[in-house]
Design a protein around this ligand. Structure first.
Ligand SMILES: [Zn+2]
Length: 261
């Protein structure tokens, strides 16, 4: 039987048994899948430069899938994003976006959009887009594709254009007027008007234009803080890649200036 060929972005790779690797990967048609790359540790030829997290590849899946586990026959590298890998902040942003894409890619109808969004984000990072602006924009976009869009246009209580001081209710999934926030369910996070406008714009733009948005420092910190809490609220835990991001994005004031932050 011919192998089934699929575009894929590698998410995680770990050793499995004596000679194999266990790989999770994102596909446009079926979302996140797991598979065994037989003898991948000994015979590197069938998976040359393919089994690195974040790599964009073509995978050939055998029809011998067992339950939820695919068999990977071979792989072909398409894009390995070398510039992204050389820069820790870009790598940190890529890892966070890949982890969120992996979490969001279970509803079948959104998987193609999620795959395209992650591939677009990795490509923009590779081409030099600033990771601290790209990260909030694409986190928001992936959440929306996964069915967890933040409602940013109208107050979730009164339905009108929200009046400052703005607040986001994580439980209500959107923005509230300061006056409407009293008595509304928590947890609530305050949101400055600049961050609110940028996040609203980010959610309305098509993915190919998202790389143009720039978040000034005040908006960036608040937007990332809000999205981190919103994701934690829905998943019941933090994304694991935040720990790496915290180390590499703002390691110290001295290094911050070196990164152009
Ligand atoms: Zn209101």
């Amino acid at each position: 039987m011919p192998a089934q060929e699929t575009p894929a972005i590698i998410l995680t790779v770990r050793d499995y048994g004596e000679a194999d690797r266990l790989v999770t990967f994102l596909t446009p048609a079926r979302g996140r899948l797991s598979g065994i790359a037989k003898h991948a540790r000994k015979s590197k030829k069938r998976f040359a430069n393919c089994l690195e997290p974040l790599s964009r590849v073509i995978l050939f899946l055998s029809d011998r899938a067992r339950g939820d586990l695919e068999f990977l026959e071979k792989g072909e590298a398409v894009r390995s994003f070398p510039a992204l890998r050389r820069d820790l902040a870009r790598l940190g942003a890529g890892a966070l976006l890949a982890e969120l894409a992996s979490e969001m890619a279970s509803p079948p109808e959104a998987t193609t959009g999620i795959f395209i969004a992650l591939e677009t984000a990795l490509t923009l990072l590779e081409e030099g887009a600033p990771p601290d602006s790209l990260l909030p924009v694409f986190l928001l976009h992936l959440l929306k594709l996964g069915g967890y869009g933040l409602s940013l246009h109208h107050c979730r209580v009164c339905g009108k254009e929200p009046e400052p001081p703005l607040v986001v209710s994580l439980a209500k999934g959107g923005v509230l007027c300061g006056a409407c926030s009293r008595g509304a369910p928590g947890p609530q996070v305050s949101l400055n008007p600049g961050a609110w406008k940028l996040l609203r714009l980010a959610q309305d733009l098509p993915p190919e234009k998202l790389g143009r948005l720039r978040f000034p420092p005040g908006q960036r910190g608040q937007s990332l803080g809000l999205l981190r809490l919103f994701i934690r609220h829905h998943l019941g835990r933090d994304l694991k890649a935040w720990a790496f991001w915290d180390k590499v994005a703002f390691p110290s004031k001295k290094e911050n200036s070196g990164l152009g932050l």
